[in-house]
Design a protein around this ligand. Structure first.
Ligand code: CU
Length: 414
């Protein structure tokens, strides 16, 4: 092989297997995948029998190239839960000292916390997150936008907590929260007003707060704090809009994926036309099977990106069971935040059209006559419709593989 030629995968696997048997070999290999190798990888992953063989070999590779097994398992097609999760874990070929499967992608700097604390299981079943699950009662998340505070300044002192949350009649999740609920509280402020914020961490593991509505040095303001410690900062939002907030502690995927997010709505300095205003936060759930009546969030499934539920305000189908009611003639304004962590929200109201939607900084950037618009994870937009027809109008994620998993509700106009 010439020095510039990439090795063939099959040759490399065989070579590495041979080297494993040679205990004296400390040589490390660098795998360079060119287009022909990637094509071959694809082919190997497409047929189940080949995929099993391939993943078994990937396990060998991952010993020499940390993270490769995880990356391949996370990128491979097929189901993420159940047997496939087990396959993915097996492919990573790694367990903790207690035998608990360890999941990491060491190619990602954001996974450093998982790597540094390998005794920690890669689920949200930490601290008090599972305690008292049987007593957790279902509570519909109120979608109404709270009124603006009277003055131009508001002070928020929140706590990060681990607590079980009932998201439906039959599902309680081991949540990492701001203020004991998922999503966290809705914040309503105005362009130029001041938000003074303090986070105190009541949980065993570090947490932090990242407001997308703030322009601030993140290294200082959004830093992680240990149990019992606090971080404080203040900001004045520059633009109106629907913004996400979330815990930014590594791995961010795990902290957002376990419930640490919410919406901060920034109204423009001059009020928008009067409307019935509602806040919807879409998010995905990646859950383990129940243990003692509670389901923990599963980091391995988050990496596989095939969610169990996709919801508005963290309860699947909650606004089908208890719809949002308005009157004929009302203007309705949805402030939609997509917390992700991974998938878009293709927002649509069946039987309606958006009179106006704002891409950012309402009332700037209005777009008229919209049927569906996708809000990316980590993004937020404002959708308005005029309810001049009575009826029951489903609002949905029109990416129906996800709408079907709980991202659907009813707007009743009477
Ligand atoms: Cu956190």
């Amino acid at each position: 092989m010439s020095p510039t030629e990439s090795p063939r995968l099959s040759d490399l696997v065989e070579d590495l297997e041979a080297k494993r048997e040679d205990a004296s070999s400390g040589e490390r290999q660098i795998l360079v995948l060119g287009a022909p190798q990637l094509e071959r990888l694809n082919g190997m992953l497409e047929t189940p029998s080949n995929r099993r063989v391939f993943l078994a070999r990937a396990s060998t590779l991952s010993l020499a190239i940390p993270g490769l097994g995880a990356a391949l398992a996370a990128c491979s097609p097929g189901k993420s839960g159940g047997r496939d999760s087990a396959t993915a874990r097996a492919a990573q070929g790694a367990t903790t000292s207690t035998g608990v499967p360890r999941t990491h992608n060491s190619d990602s700097r954001l996974d450093s916390a998982v790597l540094e604390h390998e005794h920690r299981p890669a689920t949200s079943a930490t601290g008090t997150a599972t305690q008292g699950a049987q007593d957790a009662t279902f509570r519909r998340y109120a979608p109404e936008l709270p009124p603006l505070p009277g003055s131009g300044k508001q002070q928020l002192h929140w706590h990060s907590r681990e607590t079980p949350v009932r998201i439906s009649d039959d599902t309680v999740v081991a949540a990492w929260t701001f203020e004991g609920d998922i999503p966290g509280p809705i914040v309503h402020t105005r362009v130029g007003d001041t938000v003074e914020f303090t986070l105190t961490n009541d949980a065993n593991i570090p947490h932090s707060m990242d407001f997308h509505a703030a322009q601030i040095n993140p290294k200082e303001a959004f830093r992680s704090v240990a149990k019992g410690q606090s971080v404080s900062f203040a900001f004045k939002p520059k633009y109106a809009g629907a913004f996400m907030y979330h815990c930014g502690t590594a791995p961010v995927l795990m902290h957002i994926g376990s419930g640490m997010f919410g919406a901060i709505i920034v109204s423009p300095a001059s009020p928008l036309p009067p409307a019935k205003e509602f806040v919807l936060v879409q998010s995905e759930f990646y859950l383990e099977e129940p243990q003692n009546g509670v389901r923990a969030f599963d980091y391995s499934k988050m990496l596989s990106t095939l969610p169990d539920f996709v919801t508005f305000n963290c309860r699947p189908n909650q606004y089908l069971k208890e719809p949002i009611h308005v009157k004929v003639g009302d203007r309705v304004r949805f402030w939609l935040v997509n917390a992700g962590p991974t998938h878009p929200c293709n927002f649509h109201v069946v039987g309606e059209q958006f009179d106006t939607m704002y891409l950012g900084a309402p009332p700037a950037t209005p777009i008229r006559g919209v049927q569906t618009w996708d809000v990316p994870p980590g993004g937020g937009m404002c959708f308005e419709l005029l309810c001049d027809v009575a009826g029951e109008f489903p609002f949905v994620n029109h990416g129906f593989g996800h709408g079907q998993k709980g991202a659907i509700g009813l707007l009743v106009v009477s």
